[in-house]
Design a binder for this molecule. Structure first.
Ligand SMILES: *Cc1c(COP(=O)(O)O)cnc(C)c1O
Length: 383
């Protein structure tokens, strides 16, 4: 156990709660900044991973942009100090109200995912007498070899545009006084743990750029390659900071950027996952027939990834130091059989009242919490 947890604070606090190690977050941000500054790349933080105000504030102070997927996220980004021009707005189902909010705030870019969406953005921008900056999200048809619920770059998928419709949409932007074409957007999936899919993405983008140039479309100011870089859920203490250097170097080495062209990244998970843990108390230890259950006060309402994606978060007994290891199923109190955090976990003997940490919970954790069963939302300590 190398993460230093403020256990005495947890003892006095109501659980479950999310604990954010702000020092680790800062080190991660510094690492990313150091790595991209070598190449002049830009990073937008994908806010859907974690929109806790303390986290957002720290990331905006570090000078990152924000990648948003709803009007609520645009508003939260502005509240947290992100500059409007550094906000991009993605998503397949932007409502008129959300588009209007983006136009009025003057956000940097709408990432467009259908021909009809482009029509509506144009119409609303005309009415508002604004110019909407737009990028087109292309489906690169790359299999990121991740869980099928979090792969987004394949052809049969609600996300993105088929390349065949892109030239006429760029043309439309060029001819409209309410639209300004900024560039191309891609995103191939999440929790991607090898660089091979990204190398394939670079090749795809190179081919697409060549094709578009042959059709006379040369005004592509920016390429946005999305996010998806994975983290080590099995051993967060060995890899508290993701492997950013080889990731950014790969794009530098394989992507053929044109003169003056900018490269943007939209990282979510890799920025915030490792700095967060869900802290929960053991309510009961139940001796089953063939199993022993540690029943904790956090459930799938606080951290849904195990129930939703069969994900596993490393489980630690923070208050069991020195006790003998025993085997437990660690389960929550929710009335759903998928409310399980781990099967056959070896933990220092668990007693009622022990504090348990579910590690690497900073991404897609607190932000996905719900009030199912009319439970309270989890608390938070960020320090
Ligand atoms: C979710 C998402 C991201 C961030 O993905 P991570 O796996 O958290 O890095 C980036 N871009 C788009 C378009 C997304 O939908």
């Amino acid at each position: 156990m190398s993460m230093k947890f403020p256990i005495e604070r947890f003892r006095k606090a109501a659980t479950p709660l999310y604990y954010y190690d702000m020092e680790l977050l800062q080190q991660t941000l510094d690492k990313i900044k150091g790595s991209v500054s070598r190449y002049g790349f830009n990073v937008h933080y994908a806010m859907k991973a974690n929109a806790n105000p303390a986290i957002l504030r720290r990331i905006s102070e570090a000078g990152f942009g924000a990648d948003t997927v709803s009007g609520g996220e645009i508003a939260a980004a502005i509240n947290a100090g992100f500059k409007a021009e550094d906000i991009v707005f993605a998503g397949v189902g932007k409502t008129d109200g959300e588009i209007l909010l983006g136009l009025r705030e003057g956000i940097g870019c709408f990432n467009v995912e259908s021909a009809q969406e482009l029509e509506i953005i144009e119409q609303l921008a005309l009415e508002e007498r604004k110019v909407a900056r737009v990028a087109l999200r292309i489906n690169p048809n790359i299999d990121a070899h991740t869980h099928h619920y979090i792969t987004t770059g394949l052809e049969e998928n609600k996300f993105g545009l088929d390349i065949s419709v892109v030239p006429q949409m760029i043309q439309k932007c060029m001819q409209s006084k309410a639209l300004s074409f900024v560039g191309l957007h891609f995103h191939i999936g999440s929790q991607i743990t090898t660089l091979e899919p990204y190398r394939m993405l670079c090749e795809r983008i190179n081919a697409i750029q060549n094709d578009l140039e042959q059709q006379g479309m040369t005004s592509i100011k920016s390429i946005n390659v999305g996010g998806g870089l994975g983290v080590d859920y099995d051993d967060p203490d060995k890899h508290p900071i993701a492997d950013f250097d080889p990731y950014f170097a790969l794009f530098h080495n394989h992507l053929k950027l044109r003169d003056g062209q900018q490269l943007h990244f939209e990282l979510g998970r890799a920025v915030v996952a490792q700095c967060g843990s869900l802290i929960t108390r053991v309510i009961y230890v139940k001796e089953g027939i063939g199993k022993r259950f540690a029943i904790v006060d956090a459930g799938m309402t606080d951290l849904i990834r195990p129930a939703l994606y069969q994900a596993h978060h490393k489980i630690e007994n923070l208050t069991g130091a020195g006790r003998e290891l025993r085997q437990y199923d660690v389960v929550g109190p929710i009335c759903e059989s998928s409310d399980v955090f781990g099967h056959d976990e070896m933990l220092p003997e668990v007693h009622r009242g022990d504090l348990i940490a579910l590690r690497s919970a900073g991404a897609y954790g607190e932000v996905m919490a719900s009030r199912y069963n009319l439970r309270s939302l989890p608390g938070c300590i960020a320090e």
